[in-house]
Design a protein around this ligand. Structure first.
Ligand code: GDP
Ligand code: MG
Length: 170
């Protein structure tokens, strides 16, 4: 039996962590070394078969800068899922990711499926955030965790698929 559903999701995280690059990789299979920074937010959609269902991903890619912070609730309030992105070569971006998780826990939809993405996993030689630290944090906070690379495509489709699989279906 074929079913169709769509859901909104939001990408949050520090500017430069790779949110737009993850979406571009997922939606278009592309990567840009000089990805332009996002102004406000950008919208993307992608339709894929996940198990026996056709799933339309409606994705809000947010800017990440502090000056756009007040806009973020517009994007996450209606979202069924969120990917919180940090850069494994930046401890500041990991700190910022944890702040986003706290904000979603307080003000987001309580049934939201949340994923923590440790992006730029290809930059192993510049790593500052241990995978085990991030994994432990994710487990304590009810998120699932993957390290991704928009550059090499590692775990990019996987993280989006995993979200779709975890969504409660009506
Ligand atoms: P955003 O501000 O979170 O949307 O980040 P961007 O997607 O604009 O990426 C910021 C910079 O990091 C760009 O120069 C990207 O090319 C680069 N970048 C993004 N993802 C990766 C990755 O997985 N590996 C590497 N090495 N660079 C990346
Ligand atoms: Mg961006």
């Amino acid at each position: 039996l074929l079913s169709f559903f769509f859901f909104f999701q939001v990408l949050l995280g520090d500017m430069g962590a790779g949110k737009s690059s993850l979406v571009l990789r997922f939606v278009k299979g592309q990567f840009l070394e000089f990805q332009e920074s996002t102004i406000g937010a950008a919208f993307f959609s992608q339709t894929l078969a996940v198990n026996d269902a056709t799933v339309k991903f409606e994705i809000w890619d947010t800017a990440g800068q502090e000056r756009y912070h007040s806009l973020a609730p517009m994007y996450y309030r209606g979202a069924a899922a969120a990917i919180i992105v940090y850069d494994i070569s930046s401890t500041d971006s990991f700190t910022r990711a944890k702040k986003w998780v706290q904000e979603l826990q307080k003000q987001g939809n309580p049934n939201m499926v949340m994923a923590l993405a440790g992006n730029k996993a290809d930059l192993e030689d510049k790593r500052k955030v241990a995978a085990e630290e991030a994994r432990a944090y994710a487990e304590e906070n009810g998120l699932f965790f993957m390290e991704t690379s928009a550059k090499t495509a590692a775990n990019v489709n996987e993280i989006f698929y995993e979200i779709a699989k975890r969504l409660p279906r009506a």
